[in-house]
Design a protein around this ligand. Structure first.
Ligand SMILES: Nc1ncnc2c1ncn2[C@@H]1O[C@H](COP(=O)(O)OP(=O)(O)OP(=O)(O)O)[C@@H](O)[C@H]1O
Ligand SMILES: [Mg+2]
Length: 255
C-alpha cells in the first residue's frame, strides 16, 4: 500500500477572527487525487491556504504532515520547495511581471515553457503581464502552466474549472490529467492532488480517487467523487453525505 504524502489530523483553523476548520481530517496517499465539494464560504480555500501556509490563516490545533513531517511553522516558499504547489482560485493580475519572465524563474527550460504554453493555448500570452486582461479560462490555464513548470509532488487545485467554458474545460482537464499522470495506475503516479470544484464537468475528464464534502468545518463522506456530485445535485450539500452514508458508504473524511 502506498504511503501517505499528506496527513491532516484534527485541524482547527482561524481565518481572520473566525474559526473556519473545526477538527478536519484527510489522508492522501502517494499518487491519489482527492476532490473536495462544499458550499460557498465553508472553508475549502482556507484548507488549501493552511496546507500551503498562506498569511492570515492560523492553525490553532491539530497538525499537517507532509511526508510524515509537520509543516507547521514552515514558511510558504519553503513549503513550495518541499514539493507543494497551488493553483489559486483567484490569482492576481500583476503589472510589470511578464509571464515569460515568471515562468523562467520557475523553470529554466525554454522548450518546456513553449510546450506547456502551446498545450494550454497560451503561446501568445507569454510576453504579456501576468494575468493582465486574461479571460477567466486563460487565468486558470496559466495557473496549471505554472504548476507544470514547478513540478510539485502535491498539487492543490482550487476551482481549476470555475469560469472556464465547456470547450476549454477539455483543454484544462487534459493538462491536469497529464500533470497528475492519470493514465497510469495510482501506484505508478508521481504526484498527488487535492482538487476543489463546484462544477461536475471536470470530473467527466479526470480519474479522481476519493471525494469529500466539506460541512461544518470538517470533511464528510469519503466516497467516489462522481457519485457524490450526483448526490449533491439531487439532495443538496447538507444531505448528500448522509444519503451516501445511508447507502452503506463510509462516513469518513480520511483517517
Ligand atoms: N483573511 C480572512 N479574514 C476574515 N475572514 C476570512 C478570511 N479568509 C477567509 N475568511 C472567511 O472564511 C470563510 C471561508 O472562506 P473560504 O474562502 O475558505 O471558503 P470557500 O469554501 O473556499 O468558498 P467558495 O466556494 O466561495 O470559494 C468565509 O466566510 C470567508 O469570508
Ligand atoms: Mg474557495
Amino acid at each position: 500500500m502506498a504511503k501517505y504524502l499528506l496527513e491532516i489530523r484534527d485541524l482547527w483553523v482561524d481565518a481572520g477572527e473566525k474559526t473556519i476548520l473545526k477538527g478536519l481530517n484527510i489522508s492522501v496517499r502517494e499518487g491519489e487525487s482527492h476532490v473536495i465539494f462544499g458550499p460557498n464560504g465553508t472553508g475549502k480555500s482556507t484548507l488549501i491556504g493552511a496546507i500551503m501556509g498562506l498569511p492570515n490563516i492560523k492553525v490553532t490545533k491539530g497538525d499537517i504532515l507532509f511526508r510524515g513531517k509537520s509543516l507547521l511553522g514552515i514558511l510558504v516558499d519553503e513549503r513550495a520547495r518541499k514539493g507543494i504547489g497551488i493553483g489559486f482560485q483567484h490569482p492576481p493580475a500583476i503589472d510589470g511581471i511578464m509571464l515569460r519572465k515568471l515562468l523562467e524563474i520557475i523553470n529554466s527550460s525554454q522548450a518546456e515553457i513553449k510546450r506547456i504554453a502551446l498545450a494550454l493555448k497560451l503561446g501568445r500570452h507569454l510576453e504579456r503581464d501576468l494575468n493582465k486582461g486574461f479571460s477567466g479560462g486563460e487565468v486558470k490555464a496559466c495557473e496549471i502552466m505554472q504548476l507544470f513548470l514547478q513540478n510539485p509532488d502535491l498539487v492543490l487545485l482550487d476551482e481549476p474549472d470555475s469560469g472556464v467554458d465547456i470547450e476549454n474545460i477539455k483543454v484544462i482537464s487534459k493538462a491536469i490529467r497529464e500533470l497528475l499522470q492519470m493514465n497510469l495506475p495510482i501506484g505508478k503516479r508521481k504526484r498527488s492532488a487535492i482538487i476543489i470544484t463546484h462544477g461536475g464537468n471536470i470530473l467527466n475528464y479526470l480519474d479522481t480517487d476519493v471525494g469529500h464534502v466539506m460541512i461544518d468545518g470538517k470533511l464528510k463522506c469519503g466516497a467516489d467523487s462522481r457519485e457524490i456530485f450526483s448526490k449533491i445535485k439531487k439532495c443538496g450539500y447538507r444531505d448528500c453525505y448522509k444519503c451516501l452514508s445511508a447507502n452503506g458508504e463510509k462516513p469518513s473524511g480520511g483517517k
